[in-house]
Design a protein around this ligand. Structure first.
Ligand code: SF4
Ligand code: SF4
Length: 394
């Protein structure tokens, strides 16, 4: 096992785990599976055991013990059954940055060839077609066809101040098309000088990083930054929190980056958006990549509070403690039934608030909550925040 994918800090963190079990109380996978292995503490203890077998005192005296295929298979199952929700890291009393650790462990497993094989299809799609669906990348803006009254440039201008980076899910999954459609209506009404990249937008690389293929994303990063610079833009706005987070963490760029909620809040604060009177009780679901991963909790709430007559009731687990909807960390690909179980828990929690509508800021959360509630035959109204903003705008 090559540990070069783990930083010295991560090796120290592995050693620092006190086995206190605090993380177990918060891990949504553990709450569903209840298995000692498939939880943060179990994963850390397993890698500790591997490190000892390879580099410990006995390994020095008698030579490293070869890891069995069975051990590696079990370890891979543990590491990939994770939503990357980040709750374990936030609650850990010794501050282990476990989300980063799980990503590094996936890189180790990829090198060993021990990763779920259905991830291979997604990887090939991204590397050969530049989107997760394996579709023709020129069809990224097909969702525009359902819109009336488009300008001649169809929001794909030669030059613009701002680029709206749409992301793969909103581009290719019909259930999420309302997200970019509503966002460009808002931007257009406020006369923001923006453009889409169209077929020149490539996957941001998040699905590859989340699967353990981090070294493959450099080509995507270079291409996307060049695409934005060619437009002469100095800012990029995102409706996908995973794209936003990836640009923030892994794109080394001087471009200004805004999540859709930050951008809309700025427009409200500048007095450019006003709302009509409403009468609706809503709750808000914090997406993991926007909340815990990026620290954006306040902007969406400030937007909802700016709407007269909109009553925000918080979920029992909200903000830093918000539970993953089940759509994170590629769990949908690795173990769809486990992801659906998490989504059912989320839906029960939403129903308990008595809200008429759940608003969120992530296309994957919208898809997961909507599709699961339909399967449960529960008529749960779900709205991405730009759809709700457009509806409430005066
Ligand atoms: S909370 Fe932190 S220290 Fe405690 S068992 Fe979990 S990872 Fe280890
Ligand atoms: S990131 Fe979330 S799902 Fe993964 S181990 Fe931590 S708490 Fe569990």
């Amino acid at each position: 096992m090559d540990l070069s994918k783990l930083s010295p800090k991560q090796l120290l963190e592995i050693d620092a785990c006190t086995r206190c079990g605090e993380c177990l109380r918060f891990c949504p996978i553990y709450s569903q599976k209840g298995e000692e292995g498939i939880n943060p503490r179990g994963k850390i203890q397993a890698i500790k055991k591997f490190i000892r077998a390879q580099y410990g005192l006995l390994a020095k005296l008698f030579g490293p013990r070869k890891l069995s295929e069975e051990d590696l298979k079990k370890f891979s199952e543990m590491v990939y059954r994770c939503t990357l929700c980040g709750e374990c890291g936030l609650q850990c009393p010794v501050s282990i940055d476990s989300r980063s650790l799980w990503l590094a462990l996936k890189e180790v497993l990829v090198d060993l060839g021990h990763y779920p094989k259905n991830i291979e299809l997604m990887k090939n799609n991204v590397l050969s077609k530049y989107n997760i669906s394996g579709e023709d990348n020129a069809l990224r803006v097909e969702w525009l066809e359902a819109m009336e009254g488009l300008p001649d440039h169809q929001y794909q201008k030669e030059k613009a101040e701002v680029v709206f980076f749409v992301g793969c899910v909103s581009s290719y999954y019909p259930m999420a098309h309302k997200i970019p459609q509503s966002f460009i209506r808002i931007l257009d009404r406020l006369k923001i000088d923006f453009t889409l990249l169209g077929g020149a937008e490539w996957c941001c690389g998040f699905p590859l990083i989340g699967a353990g293929f981090k070294k493959e994303v450099q080509k995507l990063i270079r291409h996307n930054i060049e695409g934005v610079k060619e437009k002469g833009a100095d800012s990029v706005i995102f409706s996908c929190p995973s794209c936003y987070h990836t640009w923030h963490e892994d794109y080394k760029t001087d471009l200004k980056l805004f999540d859709s909620t930050q951008f809309i809040l700025k427009l409200i604060q500048e007095g450019r958006i006003s709302f009509k009177e409403g009468r609706v009780k809503v709750t808000y679901h914090d997406p993991c990549d926007l909340g815990r991963a990026s620290g954006i909790y306040e902007a969406p709430r400030a937007i909802l509070r700016a709407m007269p007559g909109v009553e925000l009731v918080e979920l029992p687990n909200h903000a830093e403690k918000c539970k993953c909807c089940g759509g994170g960390g590629l769990l949908e690909m690795v173990d769809p039934e486990l992801g659906a179980a998490l989504a059912r828990e989320k839906i029960k929690e939403i129903q308990g608030t008595g809200a008429e509508l759940v608003v969120t800021s992530c296309q994957q959360c919208v898809r997961t909550i909507l599709s699961t509630s339909r399967r449960m035959k529960i008529p749960l109204k779900t709205s991405y925040i730009t759809e709700f903003v457009l509806k409430q705008m005066a």
